[in-house]
Design a protein around this ligand. Sequence first.
Ligand SMILES: C[S@@+](CC[C@H](N)C(=O)[O-])C[C@H]1O[C@@H](n2cnc3c(N)ncnc32)[C@H](O)[C@@H]1O
Length: 118
Amino acid sequence: MGGDHATLPRAAPALSTALVECLTRNMQLRSGMRVLDLGCGKALTSIFLAQEFNVEVWAVDLWVEPSENLKRIEEAGLGKKVFPIKAEAHQLPFARSFFDAIVSVDSFHHPTFRTSWT
Ligand SMILES: C[S@@+](CC[C@H](N)C(=O)[O-])C[C@H]1O[C@@H](n2cnc3c(N)ncnc32)[C@H](O)[C@@H]1O
């Protein structure tokens, strides 16, 4: 999906941030929690979560390069709070129960997510 993501309209990042803002109204995120942002894309939602809630975020995506995301994360001053990882959603390299919360914005509908979860 890399190509599609690159051609999204400029409003898309703001929309994703607005979506995660809505989503987190119903979550009890507290400072220091470990959060998985699954299918994080350009990690803008991961950055938002770390900034707003002071949580640690593992920004996981299959196609957006972690080095690109790290650049954005460090520019936001969050290099010690947001950790970009390249991983496939069905083969995550984390221990069971490692995360306190999982968010997935505008990703779960993607065909590669559906193959084994629906
Ligand atoms: C529409 S983008 C949404 C990105 C971000 N959550 C946002 O709201 O801006 C969907 C993302 O899901 C990722 N993705 C799709 N299938 C995936 C999979 N099986 N494992 C991990 N990431 C996946 C894609 O690389 C893409 O960056």
